[in-house]
Design a protein. Structure first.
Length: 332
C-alpha cells in the first residue's frame, strides 16, 4: 500500500478521534452544568428537565468548542425563570478574582460624615469582586469610618443602601454587622422549603452552622449600635443589598426609608466549571427574621416610610435626609 495513503489514513483517523473526544468533552461540560441546575435551582420543581436537557444538548451538538457553549448555557439559565441566575465566562471570572486594583477599577467609595453635628451618615456601596483582599479592605474601611463616627456620639445613624445593586454579600454583611441587633435575621429558603440563616461573628461568615468565609480584620469591630437607625433604600437597591435590607426588617430601632427595592430577592451560589467559568445559580429566596419569604420577582422590599420621587435628584435626596432626621429625632 502507498505510504502516503497510509499516513493520510492515519491522520484522518487521529483527526476524527480528536473531534469525537472534543465533542464528548463539550457534552460532558454542558451536562455537568445542567446537572447542577437540576439539583440546586430554587425553581427546579417548575422546570421540565427532560425538555430543557433535550433542547440544550441539541444546541450543544452544533458547536465546536466549550467557549461556544456559553450562549447555550445562558439560554438554559433563562429557562429557570428566576431572573437572577447568570453565567460568568472564565475570562470575566479571572477579572473579578484579580480585583479592583489589578484591573484598574475604582474601589467602592464608602462615604461617611456627621450631619448637623448629631446624625452619623455612612453609605454601604456595592462590591463586585471575588478578591479576598478587596473584601478585607472593604470591611476594614467601613469599620474604621464607623469607629470614627462613634467617637462623636451621634444621636442616630443613617445607613445608605441607595444605588447599591448588590455584588458579594459576604463582605457587605460583615461590614453591616454592628448595626444588626441579633442572630438569624436573614437567610434563604430553598426549593425543599429548608431555611438557612446567615450570621457573622469575629471575622467569620456563617451559612447555617458552618463558617464558610473568613476575613482578616485590622480594625476593631465597632460596638453594637443601639441608637435609632434610618436605612435608605431605592429602586436600584438589589440582590445582596436586599439581603441587608431584609436583615433590618422587624428590628425595633430601624426604619426603612424610601421606595420598594429592586426585587431580586434571591440568593445565588457560584459553581465553578472545568474551564474556570462560573455558573451563578439562584438556590433560594430571601427570608427575614420572621420567616417571611420574598419570592415575587420585581416586588422588592417595602419601606416603613415611603418617599415620593421629586422632580430632580437633589430634591429627592433632601426628602430622604429630612425624613431620616425626623425619624431619629422621634418626630415620625
Amino acid at each position: 500500500m502507498n505510504k502516503f495513503l497510509v499516513a493520510a489514513s492515519l491522520t484522518a483517523v487521529l483527526f476524527s478521534t480528536r473531534i469525537s473526544a472534543q465533542k464528548d468533552s463539550i457534552q460532558k461540560y454542558v451536562s455537568k452544568a445542567l446537572d447542577i441546575m437540576k439539583h440546586k435551582s430554587v425553581n427546579k420543581s417548575k422546570v421540565n428537565w427532560e425538555e430543557l436537557s433535550r433542547i440544550t444538548l441539541e444546541n450543544t451538538s452544533k458547536v465546536g468548542t466549550i467557549k461556544e457553549t456559553y450562549p447555550v448555557l445562558e439560554k438554559a439559565l433563562q429557562s429557570l425563570g428566576d431572573s437572577h441566575s447568570k453565567f460568568y465566562p472564565a475570562e470575566e471570572v479571572r477579572q473579578y478574582t484579580l480585583g479592583y486594583k489589578a484591573t484598574g477599577q475604582e474601589f467602592p467609595v464608602i462615604e461617611s460624615k456627621l450631619l448637623k453635628n448629631k446624625y452619623a451618615y455612612i453609605s454601604l456601596p456595592d462590591i463586585g469582586s471575588f478578591n479576598k483582599d478587596d473584601w478585607n479592605l472593604y470591611i476594614n474601611t467601613f469599620y474604621a469610618k464607623v469607629n470614627e463616627l462613634q467617637k462623636q456620639k451621634p444621636k442616630g445613624w443613617i445607613v445608605d443602601l441607595r444605588d447599591n445593586y448588590g455584588g458579594m454579600l459576604y463582605p457587605m454583611y460583615a461590614a453591616a454587622a454592628p448595626f444588626f441587633d441579633r442572630k438569624n435575621i436573614v437567610g434563604t429558603k430553598d426549593a425543599e422549603g429548608t431555611i438557612e440563616y446567615f450570621n457573622y461573628k469575629r471575622g467569620k461568615f456563617y451559612e447555617g452552622p458552618a463558617a464558610t468565609q473568613f476575613f482578616t480584620l485590622k480594625e476593631k469591630q465597632p460596638s453594637q449600635i443601639k441608637a435609632a437607625i434610618a436605612v435608605l433604600i431605592n429602586k436600584v437597591t438589589g440582590s445582596s443589598a436586599e439581603f441587608i435590607t431584609a436583615a433590618f426588617v422587624g428590628q425595633k430601632n430601624v426604619k426603612l426609608i424610601g421606595v420598594n427595592t429592586q426585587g431580586l430577592t434571591s440568593g445565588n451560589q457560584e459553581y465553578k466549571l472545568s474551564d474556570g467559568s462560573f455558573l451563578v445559580l439562584t438556590i433560594g429566596n430571601i427570608v427575614d427574621r420572621s420567616g417571611k419569604e420574598y419570592r415575587i420577582i420585581g416586588e422588592g422590599i417595602a419601606p416603613d416610610i415611603r418617599i415620593e420621587k421629586a422632580d430632580d435628584k437633589t430634591k429627592t435626596n433632601e426628602s430622604y435626609m429630612d425624613t431620616a432626621f425626623r425619624y431619629i429625632d422621634g418626630k415620625l
